[in-house]
Design a protein around this ligand. Structure first.
Ligand SMILES: [Zn+2]
Length: 401
């Protein structure tokens, strides 16, 4: 009875989330459609924005559908039973079987995720001319993601699920929650060093005018960076962007080669100053700190519910249920995180305007909006819910005043 109420509440919560997100995406679709004028139909930028909104919603549907597929159909328990050697076996000899279960689950789950990932590439990025990848390269990426997921699952099985099986209640959930956070931090640290190089080639920015400008700007900000790296984005896409990566002492700014091709050295300096602003204003620490608190509390609460709702569920199955359900259940946090990130963008813009040329930042932003087919305006609720960057018009207006 209690278990039925529990799952009913979860299903209702997920359904409400899908309706709310669906309405926000529909609002954006209509907002962009209203901008299409004349007989020529929608421009590429409008079509791109609409399809992105549609796939934004599909990715929410996908999270819920995957959780339902594994949990409601009983596929997760079936997979566990397939790997389990049988009752009465000491826990230590069960561990290799549990590892097989976790890795197989990760591979099947990633294959399911690929449906939306490949769909997004085909109907959004490729159809609107943003991606220049061909099928073999797309499928090679899928293989790389499967390989990466298998390795992460292997590590997670040993570091997370094994302790969960060995240590008794009530410490097991707190312990595995702490291990989960440690694992996430390790993953965040290895991603730029080990995982990203599987997908992109990085080269150190060659000496010259740009490098000197950047060094001088960083010196003005009192910052030290390991490296400024150039990523070979042009092999895959027309997108132009920059990002900041790394924790602790190993920090780096990454510029796409498409960005370097488009912007002048003064504009690139302003973009790097913006990225540096994210670091100097403590955005990374604040953002990931809040995410860690949310993850730990969600995970521990979910584990505590196990004791009352479904005490007979095996810890390995429950841990994977948490992995499947927590991201879908957290839908009300999306606008909170999006709001935080929009504020960060304003702060980083202000930082860049102080340490580089404001006019160069404005012209860089304008060029990036048009290069990336960014929507100049967004529907209010869609922007509230999803926009990790402020709508272009508002951002430019703030910089110009
Ligand atoms: Zn930014």
């Amino acid at each position: 009875m209690l278990e039925g109420v529990f799952w009913g509440a979860i299903a209702t919560w997920l359904l409400v989330g899908l309706i709310v997100e669906g309405l926000a995406c529909l609002e954006q679709w209509r907002h962009l459609a209203a901008q299409a004028t004349g007989w020529s139909g929608a421009s590429t930028a409008i079509r791109y924005g609409q399809r992105r909104a549609l796939f934004q919603w599909f990715s929410a549907v996908e999270k819920t559908a995957r959780a339902a597929l594994w949990l409601v159909s009983g596929a997760l328990v079936f997979l566990y039973d397939t790997f389990l050697p049988g009752a009465g076996v000491p826990v230590v000899s069960v561990l290799p079987h549990v590892t097989g279960f976790v890795v197989t689950f990760a591979l099947c789950d990633q294959l399911l995720r690929e449906v939306v990932l490949i769909g997004r590439w085909y109907w959004v990025e490729r159809a609107c001319g943003m991606s220049i990848m061909a099928w073999p390269a797309v499928l090679a990426d899928t293989l790389r993601r499967l390989l990466t997921q298998a390795v992460i699952a292997l590590a997670a099985a040993c570091a997370l699920v094994w302790p969960l099986m060995i240590v008794g209640w009530p410490w097991q959930w707190l312990l595995s929650g702490v291990l989960l956070l440690a694992g996430s931090a390790v993953l965040y640290w290895v991603r730029p060093q080990l995982i990203e190089p599987l997908f992109h080639r990085f080269t150190v920015l060659a000496p010259g005018e740009l490098r000197e400008r950047l060094n001088a700007m960083m010196h003005r900000c009192g910052a030290e960076l390991d490296n400024v790296l150039v990523m070979d984005t042009s092999r895959r896409s027309r997108l132009a962007n920059a990002h900041f990566a790394g924790l602790g002492r190993r920090k780096r700014v990454v510029l796409s080669d498409t960005l370097i091709e488009r912007l002048s050295p003064a504009e690139l300096e302003a973009v790097v100053a913006h990225e540096l602003g994210h670091f100097r204003c403590g955005h990374l620490h604040r953002y990931y700190g809040l995410q860690a608190v949310m993850l730990l509390s969600g995970y521990v609460v979910f584990g505590l519910l196990q004791s009352t709702m479904a005490p007979e569920t095996t810890p390995a199955v429950w841990a994977l249920s948490a992995y499947l359900l927590l991201p879908a259940l957290a839908w009300p946090m999306k606008p909170v995180f999006a709001y935080m990130r929009r504020q960060y963008e304003y702060e980083a813009d202000a930082f860049a305007a102080r340490y580089a040329q404001r006019s160069a930042l404005i012209s860089a932003l304008k060029q990036l909006l048009s290069a990336n087919l960014g929507a100049a305006t967004m529907a209010t609720n869609y922007a509230r819910y999803y926009a990790t960057h402020p709508p272009g018009d508002i951002r430019l207006e703030r910089l110009q005043n």
